[in-house]
Design a protein around this ligand. Structure first.
Ligand SMILES: [Cu+2]
Length: 120
């Protein structure tokens, strides 16, 4: 009686262990996939873009988030992309499909500038 209970417990423990392993493996695969279609974040706060310059591989989606309590925009100097006016906590995303340098600024506060460098 006692022995069969112990065997059952072992089976349950093994099930949890292997089950957990499978979950871990699938979330690893998801993470690897995210790396292929990569993403980068720029925060807007205190009248500045942070980081002001980022370098990302082609295909990266950059998301700007306005963490300031003042509206800002994200406008490409070369008219490649342009956000609407972003209120606090609003986001703007753009996917960079071509290598190059993409300077940008805030059209409300033109002294706010940043740059995305996209590499092959
Ligand atoms: Cu601004």
């Amino acid at each position: 009686m006692r022995r069969s209970v112990r065997i059952a417990n072992t089976a349950v423990i093994a099930l949890i262990f292997f089950g957990g392993g499978a979950v871990k493996q699938s979330s690893f695969a998801a993470r690897a996939q995210q790396k292929t279609a990569s993403a980068a974040e720029v925060k807007i706060d205190n009248f500045s873009f942070g980081p002001a310059a980022i370098t990302v591989p082609v295909g990266t989606t950059v998301t700007w988030t306005n963490r300031d309590d003042i509206p800002h925009t994200v406008v490409s100097t070369d008219k490649v992309f342009k956000s609407k006016v972003l209120d606090t906590d609003e986001k703007f995303s753009y996917t960079f499909d071509k290598p190059g340098e993409y300077p940008y600024f805030c059209s409300i506060h033109p002294k706010m500038t940043g740059k995305v460098v996209v590499t092959n």
